[in-house]
Structures are given as C-alpha cells and as structure tokens.
Design a protein around this ligand. Structure first.
Ligand SMILES: *Cc1c(COP(=O)(O)O)cnc(C)c1O
Length: 418
C-alpha cells in the first residue's frame, strides 16, 4: 500500500455529498406568488387571507399528529424556545446527548443553563443507564436523535417520567421518522425540527416546534415574536392559554416568514416519498458494506421507523492513523466522510471536547464510540447506482487499510473537511 493515490483504474465517485435536490417547481411557484404580493411577514395578510406560515403550521401539526405547531427561524431557535417555554433558566442543569451537533448544547448554554452530557451507546443513541444515573438534580432532558438514530423511546419516557424530567426532542435528523409507530418529536413535551438546507425539508433556514401542551405552546408563540397577533395562528391553543402568559413572556423574535413557509408546504406534501427514497439509498449502502471485515454496522431496531439522510458505521479498534489513512484514501476516490474522533473541530463536526462553554466532563464511552465512528451524507441527488458505487469504494478502501500494517499507515493524515 503506497500513498493515498487510488490504484490505477480504480473507480472514482464524482457526485457531490453536499448537493441537495432543487426546490420543487410547485414550491418555486408558491414562492413567486408570495414575492409578487409582497406580504412576506406572517402577520401581514390581506382581508380573508390565511398566511402561508399559519397553513404550514396546520399541515405540520396534522402530519405529526400534534395539536399545536409553531414555525420559527431555525432549528436552533426552536430548541431555545422550547427550553424557555419549559422555564429553563440560568444555572439549571439540562441533560443532553454527548454525541450531537453544536446547536444542541449551544441552545442550553445560551440560556445560562448548564449542559450535562449523557454517554452514547455503540448504536449511537443516548445511554439510558447513564441517563438514569444523571437524572437526579437535572431540570430537563434535551434529547437529540443524532443522525436519525432513535433510542428505546418507551423506556426513555418511563425513566424520565419517573424522575420528573421533562423531555424536549431535537428532531433535526428525524423529521418523518417514528418509534413504535409514533412520530419522533411526539414522545416528549415538545418536538423541535429544522428545515435548514441539509435536513429533510429545505428552506435554507427554518424550524418547527410541535406540542400538545397549551401552556408550553402559548409561551413558545409569544416568545417567537407574535406580539398580540397570536389569534392569527391556527395550529395554536385558544386565547385563554395566552391570558397570563402574554404579560410575562419576553419577545425573543424568531418567526418564520411566508416565503419560507411557501417553499416548505409542497415539500411537506412530498416528505413521505422522499423518506422512502432516502431509505432506499441507505439500504443499498448497508447491503454493499455488510460483512466487510473490520467494520461494524449500526443496528436498526424493528421499532425504529428511521429516515436515513446519512449513513454511519464504526471501525472498531482502529487507531487514529488507520482511520486517517482510510479517510484520505476514500477522499481520493471521491467519497467524502466525516470523523468524530478528530482532535480539532472541522466543518460541521465538533465534539464535547470543543464545547468549552459547558463544564468539562469525562465521557469515556462516547469518546471510544466517536474515535471509531465514520459519518457520510446521503443526499437525494445520488442515484441507486451512486449509492452502490460509494459502498464498493468504501468496502475496497476499508479492506486495503484493515489489512495494512500500522507502520504503513503512519504517514497518512486526515484530509481537511469542508
Ligand atoms: C442542524 C441541527 C440542529 C439545528 O438546526 P439549525 O436549523 O441549523 O439551527 C439541531 N440539532 C442537530 C442534531 C442538527 O444537526
């Protein structure tokens, strides 16, 4: 094995791992209609008109089976609004997954609350035993379904209910997914979603919050910047729910506008079909990698109705040098991977070690999992042939590095991420 050059004649993948599909024509038409009438602000409506934003909230509530829905400016804003609606404030200890993305501990820290990380299983979900151990004294759990992996939600809710711990779900990677037939985001007190470009619906930036709790949702609506126009919301609690809250809930403006809502409504109508397409790509990669020596695939429980817009696998026992060699060789063959074991944060990828606004914690199980963890996007611009080719390349390069001596791989360094 020499250098990171692919063997002569080896196939190279030429697709882009960051290219999403274009916005559907129906959404472009809807966006143009909003641009032409100019009423982009959600409360700027003509007589008899129902704002696109209010319609999106109604449709997303119906999609998830929630009583109430609020559309906001981003997924991170949704998390912050949910925490504030629960009354989380300075000094509160909020549990969250150690394996997640920066906006999750960021939403906690932004309130002056203290992120407390919970360990990660080899299947990339929250460690429920560690959660039980850390529950005493915590104010809430901000549960992140990171990369679409869903833990045993019945067990988690039983545990949190017994501990009196309210649960907010971060569903940035589980829009359209289920556990035991119940939508992700519908198990806890509030569910938060993102419609940022890399998630399951694309409005550039955007977020959604769902809940069945009138008091929580009234506060979230007021927080988002509804002024006294909350009766214009449709998927909202009745005016009584706002009677007290309207005097004591600060405005932290973060509304969604009608342009984004117009872009999202046709995408929501098509979401089940898109979820099916993602899962078809996922199963092709999974099949292509099954049985590869040196690899551990992530188990997908029968109760998990996942939506796989990305693919993860582990390389158990691999040293950093070997992982680095593999990443470099895959990159040369056009396959862009992320590694959560890198010492420095890169691109979108960071770990608890670089979230220094949170108290440092020893998280040996999570560190071990992340040192072995490889992460890959699966955008819908990939064809089934693309997915099969990516799997072939991964399989070949895992094989090449797995069999190599440690001395041969020491020269490789991980490629820079975007
Ligand atoms: C993207 C993301 C968020 C927040 O979404 P934004 O819309 O980018 O603020 C939250 N959690 C996870 C795990 C994410 O990947």
């Amino acid at each position: 094995m020499s250098g990171a050059d692919p063997d002569a004649g080896a196939e190279v993948f030429t697709g882009s791992f960051t290219q999403q599909e274009p916005i559907p024509e129906a959404a472009i038409e809807a966006a143009l209609a909003v641009l032409r009438h100019g009423r982009l602000h959600r409360y700027n409506t003509a007589a008899g008109e129902i704002a696109e934003t209010a319609l999106l909230e109604e449709e997303f509530a119906a999609f998830t089976g929630a009583r109430y829905c609020l559309a906001v400016a981003s997924g991170g804003y949704a998390l912050g609004a949910a925490l504030r609606a629960l009354g989380v404030g300075p000094g509160d200890r909020v549990l969250t997954n150690a394996f997640t993305l920066a906006p999750v501990p960021g939403a906690i820290a932004a309130l002056g609350a203290i992120p407390v990380f919970v360990e990660t299983t080899a299947d990339l979900t929250i460690d429920l035993d560690d959660l039980a151990a850390r529950a005493p004294g915590a104010r809430a759990l901000l549960l992140s379904h990171m990369r679409g992996h869903i833990c045993d939600m019945a067990r988690l809710m039983a545990l949190c209910d017994a501990a009196g711990l309210p649960v907010i779900e971060d569903c940035a990677h589980t829009m359209g997914a289920h556990w035991a037939g119940r939508h992700s985001g519908r198990w806890g007190a509030m569910g938060c979603y993102s419609t940022q470009t890399y998630k399951h619906m694309n409005s550039g930036e955007g977020g959604l919050v769902v809940s069945d709790d009138p008091a929580l949702m009234a506060r979230a609506i007021l927080l988002s910047g509804s002024y006294m126009l909350y009766p214009r919301h449709r998927a909202a609690p009745p005016p009584e729910a706002f009677a007290e809250a309207k005097y004591v809930t600060p405005n932290v403006s973060g509304r969604m506008d009608n342009l984004r809502a117009a872009i999202l409504r046709p995408q929501l109508a098509d979401l089940p079909r898109q979820c099916g397409r993602w899962n078809a790509l996922y199963r092709i990669v999974e099949e292509g990698l099954a049985g590869t020596p040196g690899i551990a695939l992530i188990a997908r429980p029968a109760a998990e109705g996942f939506v796989a817009s990305s693919f993860q696998f582990r390389l158990p026992g691999w040293t950093a040098a070997k992982v680095g060699a593999f990443l470099a060789r895959a990159a040369v063959r056009g396959v862009e991977l992320k590694w959560f074991g890198a010492p420095e944060p890169q691109g979108f990828t960071s770990t608890h070690r670089s979230w220094r606004y949170a108290p440092a914690q020893a998280l040996p199980r999570t560190d071990r999992v992340m040192a072995e963890l490889i992460d890959m996007r699966l955008p819908l611009t990939f064809s089934r042939q693309d997915a099969a080719q990516v799997a072939r390349i991964l399989r070949a390069e895992i094989g090449a590095v797995h069999q190599a001596d440690e001395a041969d791989v020491a020269e490789f360094v991980p490629p820079a991420a975007d």
